[in-house]
Design a binder for this molecule. Structure first.
Ligand SMILES: [Zn+2]
Length: 147
């Protein structure tokens, strides 16, 4: 099973490969947490550090690695835009006008966006029930998959 060390390596790798000019102005940790249905990840400030959290269900090998990667990239874009990071805040709202999607496409994640959409439509809710069988079904919305 994937663990936090694996996740940190993954983040470093994505950062070096796809965000080479993005300055790491503080300590950025990443860890698995929670078992959410409608959220894949978020970034928050913890003192002077930033912490990226990835849905704990993504530890399971059933979840494709590209879902972890695109979640990390999404949160890195918030970091870049100054949300819960020391970078200058560039926008009023973290998801204003599709800024995250636009940046993801610019960084080469266009194909992964399509794969992710397909994964959410076809597999995610079934896998969620499989990996988290104690939770009872509730109506869900696709509107916020990440914080
Ligand atoms: Zn977001």
């Amino acid at each position: 099973m994937r663990d936090d060390a694996w996740l940190n390596q993954r983040l470093d790798h994505i950062w070096e490969m796809l965000f080479p000019e993005l300055e790491r102005l503080n300590k950025v940790d990443v860890r698995f947490k929670g078992k959410w249905k409608n959220k894949f990840g978020h970034i928050k400030s913890v003192g002077k550090n930033s912490e990226i959290v990835v849905n704990g269900l993504f530890k399971e090998e059933d979840i494709p690695e590209y879902i972890v990667d695109i979640t990390l990239a999404h949160e890195l874009i918030h970091y870049m835009h100054g949300f819960n990071s020391p970078h200058e805040k560039k926008y009023k709202h973290p998801h204003a006008g599709g800024i995250v999607t636009r940046e993801l496409k610019k960084r080469g994640f266009g194909h992964m966006i399509a794969l992710e959409r397909e994964f959410v439509e076809k597999d995610w809710f079934r896998l969620y029930e499989k990996l988290n069988p104690t939770k009872r079904k509730k109506k869900s919305f696709f509107s916020f998959l990440r914080g």
